[in-house]
Design a protein around this ligand. Structure first.
Ligand code: ZN
Length: 579
């Protein structure tokens, strides 16, 4: 896959250079004499293997005109050119977030942020502050808590998670719904349980668990589909908002998501799932020029019948300075490892009565895959456990065989691809299935993964990036924001060190090289969206999407990577963020 990419770049390179009179790479000077923007005196890594590193870049409108040394690019400067002296700073293509949730990111900025709490007491005290500010009956939302990141746990915890007694005491009249960092569980107080109609007799829904104490009382922890038990009540509550209030809230979410993305140098964002309704909203914003980050949105939550009818009108391929691409469908076969929802080949070590949960069936995803082939859409399936990964690879392979299509041209993806049985790892490369990983999950989950799987299975199956690369797979990178912060530098650090917060390395035999990690966040992300001709490298003719960083991610001591900061973010030649 890498080979065919670089051959293609060579062809582009030769075409563009035909007629050049100097060594710079770019459009014929007779056509463009002056640039809108010129950057000089930098360390610019183009990520284009045929160009390598340069010191200067010229930009016109939303595209790169030329790259080269200072002397070459200075010739593009005229009276109307804006010139930036980089003073040796590091420039690279804008980060492509390979898997996140755009509206949830925006929403996470509107509700209680529980990502960095030190323990249960802090969760309760944050909610208490919110209760003080609310009227009785108002709902209180939060998200981002993760029990394994806390300093301590209350003694009466069940399944490693507190019970809701203190939460119910401080918020007797306000339903409290606190999403787990993984998105695969939520924690409710008694007011929320009551409004959802959950009592001692309520049965676990299919694909979910109402966690209970010894007396049978719900503790507040709702796993997977059990979270949906409150959906009707919540819809009723939110239904009291006027359409205008809802639209304003959604517009604010998009704005907050963009601000956060640009602050972290993310210029393109793969949104892992939006309904047709949300896609219509994005389309409206794009037409108003209100999308500041380029979105590749996966269709999510529509029935196979509905997609079969509507996909043709929802296919949106890039044209011009484009901010919205739709050409893929998101599916989800299992849950997450942290909440014992990942579908495993063998039972959990620390919960032997289960091997995880199946959230969308093999039959359902198979039918989706057939619809996707018919309409030329990619299928991007969430698969975390080793069983989930195997089943998904089987579905893809079987559907391609049955429909006699060349699967490797379709660029179908597995989202997360966290735990893969050694015999399945080479199948990614063989089939051309893209592993859409979040390197930062490996290091933030690393401390507790062996407790779920046992050391041997963890070592054999967890985030096996090196073996994936060696067997010809393409890997993209991301954060699954708001599961993790959107910070690509943190995920890059995880990629090249696999160092956990305690300083230990998580099976370091799978560390990526800096070059590989840089590619996972740029050109590979572009490739996985069929956008490698327009983004992912700083090649003349592509979008001028790039970032200026305070440190050189390719050469700085690894210990300094986490403190590297985004100083400027450009999208389509426009400065969208400045520190
Ligand atoms: Zn996700």
């Amino acid at each position: 896959m890498y080979k065919s990419l670089s051959v293609m770049f060579t062809a582009v390179f030769l075409l563009m250079c035909f007629g050049c009179t100097d060594n710079s790479v770019g459009t014929d000077k007779d056509q463009i004499k002056s640039a809108d923007l010129v950057l000089l005196n930098g360390y610019i890594t183009t990520v284009d293997t045929d160009i390598g590193n340069v010191s200067a870049m010229a930009i016109n409108d939303y595209k790169i005109t030329a790259v080269g040394n200072d002397e070459e690019i200075e010739s593009y400067i005229s009276d109307s050119t804006e010139v930036i002296n980089l003073n040796g700073r590091f420039v690279m293509p804008g980060f492509i977030e390979g898997h996140g949730h755009y509206m949830s990111l925006g929403r996470s900025k509107q509700i209680l942020d529980l990502n960095d709490v030190s323990g249960w007491e802090e969760v309760v005290s944050k909610v208490a502050v919110a209760v003080d500010k609310s009227k009785p009956g108002d709902w209180i939302f939060g998200r981002g808590w993760h029990q394994d990141k806390w300093n301590s746990l209350p003694d009466n915890a069940v399944d490693g998670v507190p019970i809701n007694d203190t939460l119910s005491k401080i918020s007797p009249q306000n339903p409290v719904v606190l999403g787990h960092a993984s998105g695969h569980a939520a924690f409710w107080n008694d007011a929320a349980l009551e409004i959802a109609g959950v009592n001692k007799d309520t049965l676990d829904p299919e694909g979910g668990t109402i966690v209970r104490d010894q007396s049978g009382k719900a503790t507040g922890l709702m796993r997977e589909t059990a979270q949906r038990l409150i959906r009707d009540a919540r819809n009723e509550y939110e239904g009291r908002m006027t359409p205008q209030q809802i639209e304003n809230q959604n517009r604010e979410r998009v704005k907050m998501a963009a601000d956060e993305a640009l602050k972290f140098g993310v210029t393109s964002f793969h949104d892992a799932g939006a309904s047709f309704e949300t896609i219509d909203f994005f389309k409206q914003l794009e037409s108003e020029g209100e999308l500041d980050v380029r979105l590749y949105v996966m269709v999510r939550g529509e029935s196979n019948e509905m997609m079969d009818v509507a996909l043709p009108q929802y296919k949106m391929l890039p044209e011009g300075n484009d901010f919205l691409t739709v050409r893929s469908i998101k599916k989800q076969i299992d849950g997450a490892l942290g909440a014992h929802g990942a579908w495993l080949l063998e039972p959990y070590m620390d919960l032997p009565e289960t091997s995880g949960l199946v959230l969308e069936t093999v039959e359902d995803i198979t039918r989706t895959a057939e619809v996707a082939v018919k309409h030329g859409f990619q299928v991007n399936t969430h698969a975390i456990g080793d069983r989930a990964n195997r089943e998904t690879l089987d579905i893809y392979e079987n559907v391609w065989k049955d429909l006699s299509v060349k699967g490797e041209d379709l660029r179908w993806r597995i989202e997360h691809a966290q735990h893969i049985h050694p015999s399945d790892i080479p199948r990614f490369g063989e089939l051309g299935v893209i592993a859409s990983v979040q390197a930062v999950h490996g290091t933030s989950d690393g401390p507790w993964i062996p407790s779920r799987l046992g050391d041997e299975r963890a070592k054999d199956t967890s985030q096996p990036w090196r073996t994936l690369f060696e067997t010809g797979a393409m890997i993209t990178n991301g954060t699954d924001v708001p599961v993790e912060r959107i910070d690509p530098i943190a995920s890059y650090y995880s990629s090249v060190t696999r160092r956990m917060i305690n300083g230990d390395e998580f099976y370091p035999e799978h560390i990526m090289t800096r070059k590989e990690a840089m590619e996972t966040y740029t050109i590979n992300g572009a490739y996985s969206a069929f956008e490698e001709d327009i983004k992912g490298t700083l090649t003349p003719g592509k979008y001028a999407d790039f970032v200026v960083l305070s440190k050189n991610l390719l050469t700085v001591d690894y210990r300094e990577i986490p403190s590297a900061e985004v100083e400027m973010t450009f999208v389509g030649g426009e400065l969208k963020y400045q520190k």
